[in-house]
Design a protein around this ligand. Structure first.
Ligand SMILES: Nc1ncnc2c1ncn2[C@@H]1O[C@H](COP(=O)(O)OS(=O)(=O)O)[C@@H](OP(=O)(O)O)[C@H]1O
Length: 203
């Protein structure tokens, strides 16, 4: 991490921090008072998003319906598959809570970040003790992308949307497979709501 002067905030993001088991202790050793932000979304949609991204790089990948289970007959969810494993948020969070109190962790609701970006950003700014600089004036819905993009409130400068690798079309997944995954994640989601004190209404 670069040095931070008085009055400055340094931010750093990598999605894999949340799920890499050595990271909470490493970060604790660097700073016990650090503020942590985790963006979470429905783990079933997250798994499909993860798969979509991987399948773009590896077109020979098996269909999602085959990847999700350990074999074709038993319908046991493959918890070793990263797309599934990462979505078991409660297990990852428990490791962080051994080092950091909940008040130092802020959870951004990934669905709300799309539906109401200014609202989610207000909570982030609050958590970081910042003035409410980013507001609804900074977002507009890009109809073509179907996602919010950033704009300068004064109308000057070009708007900025995330790159083409974000907000990709997901494959249609067999509804029975989706239901099986929903059932699998249900208790872990409940545990996550209990640990965070927040309900994300994923089921
Ligand atoms: N504003 C805006 N524009 C485009 N996409 C948006 C936006 N806000 C959130 N999202 C969702 O972000 C998902 C991609 O995030 P990732 O977690 O893959 O990003 S990364 O791992 O940090 O690179 C991406 O997932 P996919 O839809 O599966 O591509 C989006 O659903």
């Amino acid at each position: 991490m670069p040095s931070t002067l008085d009055g400055q905030l340094t931010m750093e993001k990598t999605p894999s921090y949340f799920v890499t088991k050595e990271v909470p202790q490493r970060i604790y050793n660097m700073s016990k008072n650090i503020k942590l932000i985790v963006v979470v979304r429905d783990p079933v949609t997250r798994a499909i998003s993860d798969y979509t991204q991987a399948a773009t790089k590896r077109p020979a990948m098996k269909p999602f319906e085959k990847m999700a289970f350990i074999d074709n007959t038993s319908r046991i969810v493959d918890t070793k598959w990263a797309a599934v494993k990462i979505g078991v948020y409660a297990k990852h969070l428990e490791k962080w809570l051994k080092y950091f109190p909940l008040r130092q962790i802020h959870f951004v609701n990934g669905e709300q970040l799309i539906a109401n970006p200014a609202g989610e950003m207000a909570k982030v700014q609050d958590f970081l003790g910042l003035k409410q600089i980013v507001t609804d004036k900074h977002f507009y819905l890009n109809e073509t992308r179907g996602f919010p993009c950033l704009k300068k409130p004064e109308g000057s400068g070009r708007p900025h949307c995330l790159g083409k690798t974000k907000g990709r079309q997901h494959p249609n997944v067999d509804p029975h497979v989706l239901q099986r995954l929903r059932d699998f994640f249900k208790p872990f989601n409940a545990k996550f709501y209990q640990l965070t004190g927040q309900s994300f209404n994923w089921n």
